[in-house]
Design a protein around this ligand. Structure first.
Ligand SMILES: [Zn+2]
Ligand SMILES: [Zn+2]
Length: 163
């Protein structure tokens, strides 16, 4: 039995909403104004600095944070889910070393409904949990079994995936 093809790992919105907002502010205000807080970034003579679009380290961090959230799912370098889970595997509830831990999508991306797939929430850190490799493998087997149960022999879905 084949499974439905397609890359479920890509979120529906390729850029974080906050970054889109920043782009809108640049379009509206032009360079020389902060794309985060819209403050004037002055040259020494007081006119807008046309080479800059971020006013301060604080605003730069906000941009980094937006990307960090987006990238969390694809990076093994982001420890926020691990830290939030306090280094505990969320299935067996035993500690797992950071180097051995894996990030799992709690609601499997392959089981998202068509409507779900329009919602970046499922790609956010809220849908990520820390697991052991073995616990992750067992959960993935379950997820794949659920998916297979929803598929015809040709791999198409019987019905829209339910909750
Ligand atoms: Zn700013
Ligand atoms: Zn475990």
């Amino acid at each position: 039995m084949t499974l439905p093809v397609g890359d479920h790992r890509k979120p529906p919105i390729l850029r974080p909403a906050f970054i889109e907002e920043c782009d809108e502010r640049i379009k509206r205000n032009g360079m020389g104004y902060c794309k985060v807080c819209e403050a004037l970034i002055p040259k020494t003579n007081g006119t807008p600095h046309k080479g800059r679009c971020i006013c301060s380290m604080e605003c730069r961090r906000k941009v980094w944070d937006a990307w960090r959230d987006y990238n969390a799912i694809y990076s093994n370098h982001d420890k926020r889910a691990y830290e939030r889970d306090k280094g505990i595997c969320q299935i067996c509830k035993l500690p797992v070393e950071w180097a051995d831990s894996e990030a799992d999508h709690i609601k499997a991306l392959c089981l998202l409904t068509a409507e779900d797939r329009l919602d970046p929430y499922w790609w956010s850190i809220d849908n990520i949990q820390t697991l052991h490799h073995s616990c992750h493998a067992a959960k993935t087997r379950e997820d794949v079994a659920k998916l297979k149960a929803l598929c015809r022999p040709d791999g198409t879905l019987f019905a829209e995936v339910a909750e």
